[in-house]
Write a protein that binds this ligand. Structure first.
Ligand code: ZN
Ligand code: ZN
Length: 206
């Protein structure tokens, strides 16, 4: 038995909102309610929502969080931050690196993966699937806004992401999912290069 993973692409930035559903208890968790509350409500159809979890607090990932929290009447879980500019909501539960959240008969592990933002988290299922938010995409790491942010991203890739098995499937905040093993050598090559004072939009091949 595996957790059911549902996806909808919402809003002007085509943000991936995810719904995780325990097939036996029908309990669910909503991840990154970026926009389009009706679509998100439909995503959770036939389930018993237990919580909303944010991978990070960029506007394109949180646009519908206040409305969905009110509609579903569930707690909001996120990393303590500091949060992205303009994000002012308070969590019902602050998540720390390594925290375990129960969902029906399953466990989710929360991993702190800063760089793209200071509050970025990944949500690891117990079967080599990980919701990575904007930590990593098929073609490169999430955008950074400072030299420090870029260096932190490189640390996160080394210390967290590359420790996962090749068979790990990453589900990013935008675009399609990918198998980590297919990108591993490109990521390692990227990390071996000296990127100087770079920050911004990066690709593995640069
Ligand atoms: Zn982001
Ligand atoms: Zn995003």
């Amino acid at each position: 038995m595996k957790l059911e993973l549902r996806t909808r692409s919402v809003g002007p930035y085509s943000t991936n909102a995810y719904g995780l559903v325990c097939p036996s208890t029908k309990q669910s968790i909503l991840i990154d309610p970026g926009d389009e509350p009706d679509t998100l409500y439909e995503l959770l159809k036939g389930t018993h929502p237990r919580a909303i979890v944010l991978t990070h607090t960029h506007l394109d990932h949180v646009g519908a969080v206040a409305e969905m929290r009110a509609r579903l009447r569930v707690p909001l879980l996120l990393h303590r931050g500091p949060h992205a500019k303009g994000f002012a909501l308070k969590a019902d539960c602050w998540i720390k690196h390594g925290a375990v959240v129960r969902l029906g008969k399953f466990q989710l592990r929360m991993l702190y993966t800063p760089g793209h933002t200071a509050d970025q988290m990944c949500i690891a299922l117990d079967d080599a699937r990980v919701i990575v938010g904007d930590t990593i995409f098929e073609g490169g790491p999430g955008k950074t806004w400072s030299i420090e942010g870029f260096r932190t991203t490189c640390q996160t890739l080394r210390k967290v992401i590359l420790r996962w098995s090749d068979d790990t499937v990453c589900y990013p905040g935008h675009g399609s999912s990918f198998r980590l093993g297919d990108q591993r050598s490109a990521v390692e090559m990227f990390l071996r290069k000296d990127h100087g004072k770079f920050f911004g939009d990066a690709t593995w091949g640069m």
